[in-house]
Every structure is written in structure tokens, then in C-alpha cells.
Design a protein around this ligand. Structure first.
Ligand SMILES: CC(C)(COP(=O)(O)OP(=O)(O)OC[C@H]1O[C@@H](n2cnc3c(N)ncnc32)[C@H](O)[C@@H]1OP(=O)(O)O)[C@@H](O)C(=O)NCCC(=O)NCCS
Length: 170
């Protein structure tokens, strides 16, 4: 799966120095749940192989965090996708997800999983579009429930499963 940039955006494997910038970008991007800076530092270090940071000059304009699920080596779990407001609607989030699928760390990956709240239309549209491009299925079910898992303080999170698919590595 190739990434064919038609701009000056720089797709990078993050380093810990990106963690604080990521924390600020997520905080400015509702409805995403903010994480602690410490959590963002781990995403940018321990989980860097399955994360991508996109810079426009000095500015962090996009980030996808994720990991290969500990008990499912064929499944990339996408934790959060965040695009700076000014960079949205240009296909960047989808490019970043495809970029990750081209990484060595995702060589065995045949499925993507993520969770989304029912009302996050942009996110549903992003993953439906990705499933179409990968020519595969998208299935969903409630995963974490408002009352059972969030003490009534957060919407249900639906698990989306996209796959199986092949990437250009296979
Ligand atoms: C969701 C988000 C990551 C999408 O980023 P993006 O770079 O604008 O998305 P893309 O341009 O790659 O769009 C991918 C697809 O989703 C669709 N889409 C994107 N935003 C949309 C919106 N607000 N409403 C409807 N569809 C939308 C696009 O039309 C495109 O579909 P297509 O390929 O069929 O044309 C971005 O809006 C964001 O950061 N939102 C705030 C944080 C968030 O909610 N993150 C997702 C939770 S993990």
C-alpha cells in the first residue's frame, strides 16, 4: 500500500518529543477523550511502530495511535485518530491509516479494530470509507456500554471490525 503525497506533509514514526504536542492536539479535538501526557508519551515511544505523526513544518497536524492486539497478531487496534481542524476533509486520516498498514510492524495484519461512539459521524464515515477502499467488510457491535462500563458517564463505544484484507506487503 503506497502513500503518494501531493503536498509537503511529513509522515513520521513518533518519538517521545511528540507526546506533549499530541496531548494538546487531542485536547483541542472534541469529542476525543483526552489522555494523560504520560499515556501520550507511551503511545509515542512503546507503541511508535504502530503510530504515525504528520507534520506540516513544525506543526503536528495529525496523529494515529494504535497497537497490534496482544492476543491477535493479525489485528491492528486503532486507539485514536486526530486531525487538526484546518487539515480535515482532505483525505489525511485515511492516508495515515493506509500508511500504518504498510509498516513492517503491520506485516501480519489482516484486520483493523477500533471503537467509536454512535454519534461520531466523521469517524464512522472514515472507517466505512477505509473498508470500501480495502474491499472488505465492516462489522460492528456494542463493546463498552454506558452503564456497565462507564458508570453512566460516557456513551456506548461500538467495536468496528474491518477485514479480512490484504496489504501491498502480502
Ligand atoms: C474523524 C477525523 C479523524 C477525520 O479526519 P479527516 O482527515 O478529515 O478524514 P478524511 O478526509 O480522511 O475522510 C475520510 C472519509 O470520511 C469522510 N468524512 C470525514 N469527515 C467527515 C464528516 N465530518 N462528516 C461526514 N463524513 C466525513 C470523508 O468524506 C471521507 O469519505 P470518502 O472517502 O467516502 O470521501 C477528523 O474529523 C477528526 O480528527 N475529528 C476529531 C477527532 C475524532 O473524532 N476522531 C475520531 C475518533 S478515533
Amino acid at each position: 500500500m503506497t502513500d503518494t503525497p501531493s503536498d509537503n506533509l511529513d509522515f513520521r514514526k513518533p518519538t517521545a518529543e511528540v507526546g506533549y504536542l499530541l496531548n494538546q492536539l487531542v485536547a483541542a479535538s472534541p469529542p476525543l477523550d483526552p489522555n494523560s501526557i504520560y499515556c501520550n508519551l507511551l503511545q509515542c515511544s512503546h507503541f511508535a511502530d504502530t503510530a504515525v505523526a504528520v507534520f506540516d513544518g513544525e506543526q503536528l497536524v495529525g496523529f494515529v495511535s494504535g497497537y497490534v492486539e496482544p492476543n491477535k497478531p493479525d489485528t491492528l487496534f486503532v486507539w485514536q485518530v486526530v486531525i487538526a481542524e484546518a487539515a480535515r476533509g482532505k483525505g489525511l486520516a485515511k492516508r495515515m491509516l493506509k500508511h500504518l498498514l504498510g509498516r513492517e510492524a503491520c506485516a501480519e495484519v489482516r484486520y483493523i479494530e477500533t471503537t467509536i461512539t454512535p454519534d461520531n459521524e466523521a469517524s464512522w464515515a472514515l472507517f466505512r470509507s477505509l473498508a470500501r477502499d480495502l474491499d472488505t467488510e465492516l462489522n460492528s457491535e456494542v463493546f463498552f456500554e454506558r452503564n456497565t462500563h462507564f458508570g453512566g458517564e460516557h456513551d456506548d463505544e461500538h467495536l468496528l471490525v474491518i477485514g479480512p484484507f490484504q496489504t501491498s506487503r502480502h
